[in-house]
Write a protein that binds this ligand. Structure first.
Ligand SMILES: [Fe+2]
Length: 206
């Protein structure tokens, strides 16, 4: 599975997509969150990824579908990532498993002072970690949780990215963690969409 990384000297970790109707996406998704979930009241969940009725969300957020038509990237699934106030240590160091790697993420709520950090972990080092099965894809991946709090001292950081208003496309196979800064507000809510095909071409450095 490691081959999926490709030659990372030729790719960047994430790519900002144009802001087109981000305000509408945020307001429609927030209305759905308020009406259909308890995310705004949740102060204890540590799982980050929330199981949702994504078809219902898609119906309630036509701006999201309009956006994906605008950038011409059809998606097959939507999920929501929630960082609650018990997660001040962040969302664990991890990586995706092949099959569902490229994601397009949208900032929704309280995204300031929360950073996604991607790290360069050489293939040889990655292979030393225990393998686990990703519960969402049923594919194998490495368990990087043992270096969650030390990765910044062990490996070079590629990018530390704060979502503001831009959607981003990124390769989730690259090891990353989500870390709140001291001024982060909770819950921090982000929407992740999974394209039908990996939009590799957008990731090439010009
Ligand atoms: Fe991730």
């Amino acid at each position: 599975m490691i081959d999926y990384l490709g030659d990372q000297t030729k790719f960047k970790a994430c790519h900002e997509l144009p802001v087109f109707n981000s305000k509408d996406i945020k307001s429609q998704v927030m209305e759905w969150v308020q009406n259909k979930t308890n995310f705004l009241q949740d102060k204890i969940s540590r799982g980050f990824w929330m199981k949702i009725d994504y078809k219902d969300l898609a119906k309630s957020a036509p701006a999201l579908i309009e956006y994906l038509k605008h950038v011409k990237i059809p998606i097959q699934e939507i999920t929501v990532g929630v960082l609650t106030e018990v997660m001040t240590d962040g969302f664990v160091m991890h990586h995706g498993s092949p099959g569902r790697n490229f994601k397009i993420n949208f900032p929704i709520h309280n995204t300031e002072d929360v950073y996604t950090e991607w790290y360069d972990i050489p293939e040889h080092d990655l292979r030393q970690f225990p393998e686990i099965i990703n519960q969402h894809t049923s594919e194998a991946c490495y368990d990087l949780s043992s270096i969650h709090s030390t990765v910044d001292k062990l490996y070079p950081q590629r990018v530390r990215y704060n979502m503001h208003s831009c959607p981003i496309v990124f390769n989730s196979y690259l090891p990353h963690r989500v870390m709140p800064g001291p001024d982060a507000k909770y819950p921090r809510i982000m929407l992740a969409t999974m394209p039908v095909q990996d939009p590799f071409d957008l990731m090439k450095l010009s």
